[in-house]
Design a protein around this ligand. Structure first.
Ligand SMILES: N[C@@H](CCC(=O)N[C@@H](CS)C(=O)NCC(=O)O)C(=O)O
Length: 207
């Protein structure tokens, strides 16, 4: 299996899950910043022009949630998905929330040009992104008050939440005021797989 990734981006979530599974895998750096995701060769791999991409033999998988579900389903012994219907629905709820609402909100902070070609509007888009992201972190923190992990036990959505927590630090939000999210980030950081991947990507959760 090979993951096309760029340090600290959303590809960090599948990278963490690959490491959790503990079987050999490869990673290949494709920058999301220097046009590498827009080359003819890359667009043949992913016409959406984005990482992450997971390659497993002839199977090619894109979109963070799809990659995470693929990895969990392919490695049932790793217990990375709950069987209980309610806990499964909780995991999917968060997966959707992170991918659709929060990652989209934060993309406006980094890439306001995707939302308007008019440069004068970019500062407002960045401000709105920060406001929207902040609102979601408040809700995440409230929802996480009943337990350490999102779906009672550790699952594929927890690494993804850690990625989005890290992004909060990166965009200058004071994440320390979210005590439940901070506890979750510390629990993630304590895992061997997380330590290995943070070292490989040469990044920190804290900014
Ligand atoms: N919905 C996609 C989002 C992927 C995405 O936004 N990837 C970013 C890095 S986090 C990227 O490759 N950006 C380059 C670009 O959009 O030009 C997913 O869940 O995988």
């Amino acid at each position: 299996m090979k993951l096309l990734y760029s340090p600290g981006t959303c590809s960090l979530a599948p990278h963490l899950v690959l490491e959790e599974i503990g079987e050999p895998y490869e990673i290949e750096f494709v920058s999301n910043r220097d046009g590498s995701t827009r080359t003819e060769a890359f667009l043949k791999i992913n016409p959406k022009g984005q990482i992450p991409v997971l390659m497993d033999g002839d199977s090619l998988i894109t979109e963070v949630p799809a990659i995470l579900f693929y990895l969990a389903a392919k490695h049932p012994n790793s217990n990375l998905m709950p069987n209980d219907p309610f806990r499964m629905s909780r995991m999917i709820e968060w997966m959707n929330w992170l991918a659709v609402t929060q990652a989209t909100a934060i993309s406006g902070y980094y890439r306001p040009d995707k939302y308007s070609k008019i440069k004068e509007r970019h500062a407002e888009i960045v401000d709105n992104s920060l406001i929207k992201a902040h609102e979601q972190y408040i809700l995440f923190d409230q929802k996480l008050r009943d337990g350490l992990w999102v779906a009672e036990s550790f699952s594929i959505v927890d690494p993804y939440l850690m990625v989005l927590f890290r992004w909060g630090n990166m965009i200058g939000i004071d994440m320390s005021k979210f005590s439940n999210l901070t506890r979750h980030a510390h629990a993630m950081e304590a895992r061997d797989a997380t330590k290995t991947v943070l070292r490989k990507e040469d990044i920190s959760i804290w900014g």
